[in-house]
Design a protein around this ligand. Structure first.
Ligand code: 5GP
Ligand code: MG
Length: 189
């Protein structure tokens, strides 16, 4: 096979965050996390599928401490507005978090609904500490009581795809983050 493309499916979508900028940002997050968790105790990273997969893979390979990874999937019904329901898939009830240092990881923070639901489900399981980390935080008022401990970068309040984030399961594999205008979202749902 020849002619592999560095930039799959360019699709003409406007680039919001270049791949190099994301890599720098992930490096800075890893350095901050490594400095805070330098006790040698293992860290448990709980990541929220599916948008987090590429961020998770890049981040953990830059973390020097012993760590474990667990995954939850969150599905929201009726959008992500206040009052809508977020259901957790994956066996959160089976997670033994007692005495563990837990870092909850997501790719993008929008209203804060998803992450607040996952955080609350983990908090009742008795972790020694529980912090949250998002790579992208949207520049908007938060409707839920959630201030992440680590934020990679703030992005404008627009719908984005790439670097794991999708629209109807498309565009996750873009190495950069692109803005998906409303007309490009039509017909993809
Ligand atoms: P929340 O509003 O609960 O903070 O965000 C809910 C979920 O919606 C996020 O975990 C993410 O999966 C998805 N989401 C929020 N904003 C965007 C976005 O701009 N693009 C994509 N692809 N997903 C988003
Ligand atoms: Mg999605």
């Amino acid at each position: 096979m020849s002619g592999a493309r560095a930039n799959p499916e360019p699709a003409g979508l406007p680039v919001l965050v270049e791949a190099e900028q994301i890599a720098r940002c992930v490096g800075e997050l890893a350095a901050a996390i490594a400095a805070d968790y330098d006790t040698g105790e293992p860290l448990l990273i709980v990541a929220v599928l599916k948008g987090v997969v590429i961020f998770l893979a890049d981040l953990v390979r830059r973390l020097p401490m012993p760590l474990e990874i667990d995954l939850v999937q969150a599905r929201s019904y009726g959008g992500t507005e206040r009052g809508d329901r977020v259901e957790l898939l994956g066996d959160v009830a089976a997670m033994d978090l007692a005495g563990r240092h837990v870092l909850l990881l997501d790719c993008v923070l929008d209203s804060g609904h998803t992450l607040s639901v996952v955080r609350d489900a983990l908090a009742v399981r008795g972790p020694a500490s529980l912090k949250t980390c998002v790579l992208f935080s949207k520049d908007r008022a938060r409707e839920y009581d959630l201030v992440p401990d680590y934020v990679g970068m703030t992005i404008p309040d627009v719908f984005v795809v790439g670097y794991g984030l999708d629209c109807a399961d498309r565009w996750r594999h873009l190495p950069h983050v692109a803005w998906l205008p409303a007309d490009a979202q039509e017909g993809t749902a």
